[in-house]
Design a protein around this ligand. Structure first.
Ligand code: ADP
Ligand code: ADP
Ligand code: MG
Length: 674
């Protein structure tokens, strides 16, 4: 085994490789860009070397610098992770020339599988089934069109050098072919530096099922079963699971053997994935009719490898390290077993409701599901970020991977839903809610899988709110009351929690929720109980703050729902999380704003004509921004006037019970200098 390796990657995969290396007693060297100077992966390794600017081409793709870093630190091998240099045969060659072990296949295998068209020609020779299509060298547009006509529409044009779901165009009819070809070639030239394409039959309602293979330097090659990655958006994977629902032992073996044949055809060593597209002409219920075709081979560790680890109980990175250091595969084909069912969800910084546009920002709040563990049977959470980290525009939008394992698919699904509910992110938009909707959609829950699942289920996937308006408003009101209790003084008249010597008082809240403005009235009853009215919904509001760190956790009941709710307030935004889901509401504190404007000269004025109920401060008190200063009452409604900034109370100009006119100055504040 190696003594020290360099990890030529970042984010979750660099952290994941470091975890296994540490367990095996292998020292690790991280490399990092400017943007990643204090990234989690840097802290996860024993040493770190700065390799350049934030853009990948200035750092993680600078392979001369990475090789120099390996030599300078005495690393014996380089793990490339996925993406970046993992499928770059020139890099693999350069490592070998410098006496470093590239933890991956031989460069000849990367090269052979690197181009989709060439690899298909090779697979044809090896007897691996292919999607009917044209993958020849002739790129004359008229000839390609002729081939498309022969294959029959719809067809898919694919950039031969493409990857990551880019450079593909589906064409429905002959008239559209020429334009689609031109646009595909343009994208391919820009993204991959080559405009060579292939044309193949566009399989209808296909499934994406891939086989994990592993080879060693002693001529052994095994398959570690399949993963179903059919749930995709823009040809990119969203949820992955193993085993594939409906898979029969016969089909598994056929696909496994085809994948091993594909790997052997290129003398494969290490971890690889053979991706198949699977036609299901008999529908979802007839696995015996499923036909599989080779799509491509990824000559690296795959993002979704943890689902295979979960069902086999193996550590694939450990296998990679053993194979790369010359050991034989730890197990033979007939010693491999699978148990239970695993599902992975890719948690991405993106906006599902806006065409999955990637999002950037800071992870202000980043809470992971409970029971996080690498043990099989538990919930696993792989990430490369910490609370407070920024998701920058330089790298992938994937924030974390959540992997669950259960005895059955139903059990895994239930764990997935629960763990997603506990994944709480504030500060940037993510797909966490969307993933819950997908996992609980009728198609996914009943395993009616194909790559069109997301568009087919669009009605239930987008802009769904499980928490609901009433509970969201109740949570925001409760959050405000809890926050106020934490800042107010001991004087009972300054309390805003409803204690009053007599009389019924009301308080109005203004919100903006999902683009709509909303009002809520809170009534304080004689016995201290609270009555909340939100539109047509009205009832007692009961809450009990359980704890409060940066946010507020409470047991909340309103309108027939009782939930453990967590809220985080960021300025006017109140983020609400509970088992039902996550949502956000804007609390519009018009009066505070009115006060703010008026307070600029140290004046705090009445926003409307009314009666002064109480002051919670006296002259000479220092106050904090947001602290309640006075309560006014008008039309049986209470309004709180809060300090617009930190400062000192200079003078109170009225007494409780006084009637004041709109605009009357209530008290003077000396604003503290910043
Ligand atoms: P999987 O391992 O599931 O096939 P992806 O296909 O999404 O995952 O690719 C894995 C990673 O590699 C992603 O971060 C993606 O950005 C990157 N990647 C894949 N292919 C390419 C490519 N041709 N050029 C650049 N990055 C790529
Ligand atoms: P990439 O290198 O970008 O991963 P792939 O060739 O693996 O490209 O294809 C990505 C996805 O596109 C597949 O998972 C599948 O959903 C879809 N796809 C690829 N080929 C076909 C096809 N012939 N018919 C229908 N869908 C396809
Ligand atoms: Mg692929």
């Amino acid at each position: 085994m190696f003594k020290k390796i360099l990890i030529a990657n970042r984010g979750e995969i660099a952290c994941r490789v470091a975890t296994t290396a540490r367990r095996l007693g292998v020292r690790t060297v991280a490399v990092y860009s400017d943007a990643d100077a204090s990234a989690k992966h840097v802290m996860a390794c024993d040493e770190a070397v700065h390799i350049g600017g934030s853009a990948p081409r200035d750092s993680y793709l600078q392979w001369e610098r990475i090789i120099a870093a390996a030599k300078a630190t005495g690393a014996q091998a380089i793990h490339p992770g996925y993406g970046f240099l993992s499928e770059n045969e020139a890099f693999a060659d350069a490592c070998a020339k410098e006496g470093l072990v590239f933890i991956g296949p031989p460069s000849s295998a990367i090269l052979a599988m690197g181009l989709k068209a060439e690899s298909k020609r090779l697979m044809e020779k090896a007897g691996v089934p292919l999607v009917p299509g044209y993958h020849g060298a002739d790129q004359d547009p008229a000839m390609l069109k002729h081939e498309a006509d022969r294959i029959g529409y719809p067809v898919l044009i694919k950039a031969s050098a493409g990857g990551g779901g880019k450079g593909m165009r589906a064409v429905d009819k002959a008239e559209d072919f020429a334009a689609a070809l031109a646009s595909c070639q343009r994208e391919a030239r820009n993204s991959f530096g080559s405009d060579a394409v292939l044309v193949e039959k566009y399989v209808q309602r296909p499934r994406h099922i891939e086989i994990q293979v592993f080879g060693d330097t002693h001529g052994n090659c095994v398959y570690l079963f399949e993963r179903d990655c059919s749930v995709q958006r823009r040809h990119q994977k969203v949820l992955e699971e193993a085993p594939a629902p409906g898979m029969t032992p016969e089909l598994r073996q056929q696909m496994g053997l085809a994948a091993v044949a594909a790997a052997k055809a290129v003398n494969y060593v290490g971890a690889g994935t053979v991706e198949f597209i699977v036609e299901q002409p008999g529908g979802y219920d007839k696995p015996q009719d499923m036909r599989f075709f080779f799509m491509e081979m990824n000559t690296r560790l795959q993002v979704e490898h943890p689902v295979t680890e979960a069902i086999t109980g193996l550590d694939l990175v450990e296998w990679q390290l053993r194979v790369a250091s010359g050991e034989p595969l730890p197990l033979k084909q007939d010693e491999l077993r699978m148990h239970g069912h695993a599902i992975e969800a890719r948690i991405c910084a993106e906006t599902p409701d806006n065409q999955f546009l990637p999002a950037t920002g800071r992870l202000d709040v980043y809470r992971k599901p409970a029971a996080v563990s690498f043990e099989r049977g538990a919930v696993r959470f792989d990430d490369g970020v910490r609370e407070g980290d920024a998701i920058s525009p330089f790298y992938d939008s994937m924030v974390a991977k959540l992997i669950v394992h259960g005895a059955t698919r139903a059990e895994a699904l239930a764990k997935l839903d629960a763990a997603l509910a506990q994944t709480r992110i504030v500060g940037l938009s993510t797909n966490v809610q969307f993933l819950r909707h997908v996992a609980s959609s009728a198609s996914f829950a009943s395993a009616q899988l194909d790559t069109a699942l997301i568009p087919r289920e669009a009605d239930v996937l987008f802009q769904q709110d499980r928490v609901g308006r009433a509970l969201t408003v109740a949570a925001a009101v409760a959050q405000t009351l809890i926050a106020e209790r934490a800042t107010e003084g001991a004087d009972p008249f300054s309390r805003r929690d409803g204690w009053r010597p007599f009389g019924l008082t009301m308080r109005r809240f203004d919100f903006e929720y999902r683009g709509e403005s909303l009002q809520a009235q809170l009534s304080y009853l004689h016995d201290g109980a609270l009555l909340l009215n939100v539109g047509e919904v009205s009832g007692p509001l009961v809450f009990n703050a359980l704890e409060s760190d940066s946010g507020t956790r409470m047991d909340l009941s309103f309108h027939g729902q009782r939930q453990t709710v967590q809220t985080w307030q960021r300025d006017e935004l109140v983020h609400v999380f509970c088992d039902l889901g996550a949502t956000v509401i804007t609390e519009i504190d018009a009066l505070a704003h009115a006060g703010e404007a008026a307070a600029e000269g140290g004046r705090l004025t009445a926003p409307m004509p009314g009666k002064v109920v109480s002051f919670s401060v006296k002259a000479g008190d220092t106050v904090k921004k947001g602290q309640p200063l006075a309560v006014m009452e008008a039309m049986k409604m209470e309004h709180t006037i809060a300090a617009p900034a930190d400062g000192t109370v200079a003078e109170l100009l009225y007494a409780p019970g006084d009637q004041v006119a709109e605009g009357a100055e209530l008290l003077k504040i000396e604003v503290a200098c910043a």
